[in-house]
Design a protein around this ligand. Structure first.
Ligand code: SAM
Length: 352
């Protein structure tokens, strides 16, 4: 059987082999008369790619034995360097491309992709990303939805350096954490900078659902006379928050390991500002917000809803039941969540 290696104009066949076995592979392809010497050999961080022409079953066996693989790879025409978009466009359908674009997150040198096509295509995507962007060292794939009380997502290693620990910069701070064990999304970086712009120095701030500490640490760094209490239930989130407090040299954040429901009693009338970034269930912590709030505290509430008025109505009703007043300040759509719902940020003032 002859393997079909018919080529498109610029997407060519190569024998991909680990650098350590490259010399052996070169000798083999020359001996088998398969090396296409009119085309250049390509290199990536870990592999060498020998341009090859048609091959038979005998060659396939020899390649398998060596752990070498025949792959399609972009071959630039002289002087032309195709962008990763062009390369992806060659192997993905429009639908696959837009799925990839929607689900793509880069956190430090780790890229997390969402792709429901074949695993071999996923690997090709990952290799294109790594080869075309020097800042990408690892590609992971989302292997499920964000779930559970810790809001964590399963991730699968795809390509590059096998690493799950991310280090990234956001709003002038550095964060380090295990992508498998805690929640972190840099899609919320604008929201964090928005809140950062509202905080005044010397305010007392309660960050509920603090995760690895981005809200708390960014506020603390910019407001050295503020006191920030940051409560997190996931012990991994808490552990990384402690580490990130040190990493960013802030001494005005108090990380607390525990459930907001239980911890809030210790901080009665503490807060000028309360941040509640748990959109799935923050509405069931409104009592706790009242508990920790000073007389005219400001609340930043995050919730999934069909429209902001749904969130506002629920807050208004709850306040009425408890005998407090509320004054709504602002709202913003943070991101779409499903076909019907979005995550909304609703800012309001408590009037005790
Ligand atoms: C959506 S994440 C937000 C994390 C962080 N604020 C951020 O912006 O990256 C919500 C966090 O709340 C934590 N959490 C959930 N229920 C909690 C509770 N009852 N008390 C304290 N933390 C809780 C989860 O473990 C998770 O880290």
């Amino acid at each position: 059987m002859l393997y079909d290696l018919s080529l498109s104009a610029d997407y060519m066949k190569f024998l991909k082999v680990e650098r350590a076995r490259a010399e052996k592979a070169r000798v083999l392809v020359v001996r088998l008369n398969l090396l296409d010497s009119s085309r250049p050999v390509q290199h990536s961080r870990s592999y060498v790619y020998f341009p090859i022409s048609i091959m038979g079953a005998k060659a396939k066996k020899a390649f398998d034995r060596m752990g070498a693989q025949v792959v399609s790879r972009w071959e630039a025409k002289k002087g032309e360097k195709p962008s990763y978009r062009e390369q992806l466009g060659k192997i993905l359908t429009k639908r696959e491309f837009s799925q990839l674009a929607r689900g793509y997150d880069q956190i430090g040198d780790i890229v997390i992709i969402e792709f429901t096509g074949s695993r071999s295509k996923e690997k090709e995507i990952a290799q294109i990303l790594i080869d075309s962007n020097i800042s990408i060292k690892t590609v992971l794939a989302k292997a499920g939805a964000v779930r559970g009380k810790y809001r964590v997502r399963k991730l699968r290693y795809v390509a590059g350096v096998r690493n799950f620990i991310a280090t990234c910069r956001e709003n002038g701070c550095t964060f380090r954490f295990d992508t498998r064990k805690v929640f972190f999304s840099n899609r919320l970086s604008y929201e964090r900078s928005r809140i950062l712009g509202l905080v005044k120095d010397r305010e007392n701030v309660m960050v509920m659902f603090a995760g690895i500490g981005p809200f708390a640490i960014e506020i603390a760094k910019a407001n050295r006379h503020s006191n920030i209490v940051a409560v997190e239930l996931n012990r991994f989130g808490y552990k990384y928050m402690l580490e990130n407090v040190k990493l960013n040299k802030v001494d005005n954040v108090k990380p607390v390991l525990g459930d907001v429901k239980k911890v809030s009693g210790k901080y009665r009338n503490f807060a000028d500002r309360i941040i509640m970034p748990l959109p799935m269930s923050s509405m069931s912590f409104l009592d706790e917000a009242y508990k920790v709030a000073k007389k005219k505290a400001i609340v930043h509430l995050y919730a999934f809803a069909d429209k902001p008025d749904t969130v506002k109505d629920a807050v208004r009703m709850h306040a009425k039941e408890k005998g407090y007043g509320v004054r709504f300040l602002e709202w913003r759509e943070v991101r779409p969540y499903s076909t019907t719902d979005s995550e909304y940020a609703v800012d309001y003032q408590i009037l005790k």
